[in-house]
Design a protein around this ligand. Structure first.
Ligand code: ADP
Ligand code: MG
Length: 338
């Protein structure tokens, strides 16, 4: 059974990025408005996420890392109106199988915080009083200590740096979609990146991408009924110099589906086609526009369960969404890309 647990957990928890994402999403689900993410040795020695969310009630702590325990959905129908990032109850338990995990938590009703040390199967092996304020801090030490090949794979300087960049990109995506969130990323005790709480998406874009980039972007909205599709976002201004809002990496094209940062090949392709068409010369063929596209569809028409990390989503009415995006782009720029 230990082998089975290790194998299935290692499919859910695949990287430092993945751990950070799961822990952050738990914090956001707990209503946190402030997140401190600390990494040591690129997260391989320590990943710590501290939030100011509602905490975990003492009576819930024994089950928090039990695989498939979740406090977020109670019935099959709840999946149809999912408003939380998590719902499978897999992350914490899976992390326990591939690292050393400790959780410090305090709810509004607790006088002091408690630190819990968890074992391989997610059970509490010890607990002691701690000194933190309201919220939860999860520490993940020695990631993949029992998966030496994977640990080795992530230990090269190149991989480490790539992974840190990916973590930062993920934080930027959440910073944009959640303006009210305060975020810091600390690596080996040095603040690598941070973002203060701001009022709206525009300020969040300025805080993350810089004022000069955002000066070339225009807020856009599109509402459609039947099927219900809402599009909101920031797009390069018509007629603006696109080169200032394009890059050779996809790291400034932000696509969200129901507030989840996602990778969506077809939508990305559509966006790229549209902007690439505006460059007559070949040098610009591989550009990605700086775009924030927030797609909101009924929760029942998206399946986020495609991959364990939920970064790929299945849209029930993909063609309708693509058409809506196309219509939106045409109305903004006044012509078709193909
Ligand atoms: P899921 O997010 O799918 O419910 P997880 O394994 O990620 O599953 O977390 C298990 C449970 O532990 C959550 O349902 C929640 O009740 C609790 N939990 C985990 N992290 C936090 C946190 N940062 N703040 C409050 N509760 C948390
Ligand atoms: Mg979760």
């Amino acid at each position: 059974p230990d082998t089975v647990r290790l194998l299935s957990s290692s499919q859910v928890i695949t990287s430092v990025l993945n751990v950070v994402k799961e822990l952050m999403e738990n914090s956001l689900d707990a209503g946190a408005t402030s997140l401190d993410i600390k990494l040591e040795n690129y997260g391989l020695d320590r990943i710590e996420v501290r939030d100011n969310g509602h905490g975990i009630k003492a009576e819930d702590t024994p089950v928090m890392a039990v695989t498939h325990y979740t406090s977020k959905i109670f019935s099959h129908e709840d999946l149809e109106q999912l408003e939380t990032y998590g719902f499978r109850g897999e992350a914490l338990g899976s992390i326990c199988a591939v690292a050393e995990v400790a959780v410090i938590t305090k709810t509004q009703d607790d006088d002091i915080s408690t630190q819990y040390t968890l074992n391989f199967t997610g059970q509490i092996v010890s607990q002691k009083p701690s000194h933190l304020g309201q919220g939860t801090t999860v520490s993940v030490l020695k990631l993949f200590k029992n998966l030496p090949v994977r640990r080795q794979y992530y230990s090269t300087t190149k991989k480490c740096k790539e992974e840190l960049k990916k973590v930062q990109d993920l934080l930027v995506a959440y910073a944009i979609i959640k303006p009210e969130l305060r975020l810091t990323l600390i690596h080996n005790k040095v603040v690598v990146w941070q973002k203060a709480k701001v009022a709206d998406h525009r300020s969040a874009l300025i805080a993350t991408l810089g004022a000069s980039t955002v000066a070339n972007l225009l807020p856009c909205h599109h509402r459609q009924e039947q099927p219900e599709i809402f599009l909101d976002g920031f797009f390069p201004k018509p007629g603006a110099d696109y080169s200032s809002t394009s890059s050779s990496n996809p790291d400034k094209t932000f696509i969200f589906v129901n507030n989840r940062p996602v990778h969506h090949k077809d939508i990305m392709k559509l966006l790229r086609q549209h902007y690439t068409a505006q460059y007559p010369d070949d040098s610009a063929r591989n550009r990605y526009p700086t775009v924030m596209l927030k797609i909101t569809v009924p929760a029942s028409s998206v399946d986020v369960n495609l991959t364990p990390d939920k970064t790929q989503v299945l849209l029930h009415d993909k063609e309708a969404v693509l058409t809506a995006v196309e219509v939106f782009l045409v109305s903004l720029y006044g012509y078709r890309s193909n």
